[in-house]
Design a binder for this molecule. Structure first.
Ligand SMILES: *[C@@H]1O[C@H](CO)[C@@H](O)[C@H](O)[C@H]1NC(C)=O
Length: 216
């Protein structure tokens, strides 16, 4: 009896912690973000539902090629609550990612979302790294139509390994997934992390760290 109770309690706590870890379930049909609201809440305050229109739930332009003329050779076109106010409180969003040949989407994490990605053009090498102590790289080459999952918070990346441009569509489990680009956060913060800290962390000379910091 006691055993069953603790088993139940454990299961309950496990399930409830998962529930709390995602965007909350809405308490009404929708809560279209009111960009002009002065009140700060977790998410954005709702527009008067009577004033809501179809355009609050729509976005156009995901057919357009992203401009990949940059240092990493990729471009993310986000479609989250900033583009579609109707996504507020719903816990989902979308992105298109364009890749030049050998372009990368550099190692990054989404602090608030898991991601499911499908390749609609070309071929991508994708991967994520598990947490300490294993730090295992789980990696695969995807072709058109293949789907891959990046679990919430884990560092992940993509690289175009095809001969032409590549395109992927990614869905994310937050209206506002957020992005932490690993290299930018570590070497490009404002103000910078003291270089002796990074020198110890990366087992490098502080001169190398100083040089890396000039790159961001
Ligand atoms: C793409 O971006 C580059 C670099 O910012 C810019 O020079 C170029 O004009 C852009 N191309 C188009 C088609 O917008």
């Amino acid at each position: 009896m006691a055993f069953n109770f603790f088993l139940f309690l454990g299961l309950f706590l496990t399930l409830s912690s998962f529930a709390l870890a995602s965007d909350p379930m809405p308490l009404q049909d929708f809560c279209v973000a009111d960009a002009n609201a002065a009140v700060l809440v977790n998410g954005v305050a709702c527009k008067d539902p009577k004033m809501v229109q179809a355009k609050d739930f729509s976005f156009s332009g995901l057919h357009l090629l992203g401009n990949t003329s940059n240092a990493v050779g990729s471009k993310v076109t986000p479609v989250n609550v900033a583009q579609i106010p109707g996504l507020n409180t719903l816990g989902i969003s979308l992105a298109r990612i364009d890749y030049a040949p050998w372009g990368i989407n550099p190692p990054h994490t989404h602090p608030r979302a898991s991601e499911i990605l499908t390749v609609v053009k070309g071929s991508l090498e994708v991967g994520f790294i598990t947490s300490n102590p294993e730090n295992r790289l789980i990696k695969k080459v995807l072709k058109k139509g293949d789907v891959f999952v990046f679990p919430v918070n884990l560092i992940h990346f993509q690289r175009n390994v095809g001969t032409g441009n590549a395109v992927a569509i990614a869905a994310l489990s937050s209206q506002n997934p957020g992005v932490i680009t690993t290299a930018n956060a570590v070497f490009g913060s404002t103000p910078s992390i003291p270089s002796d800290i990074l020198a110890k962390a990366f087992k490098l000379d502080t001169k190398v760290i100083d040089y890396l910091q000039t790159k961001f």
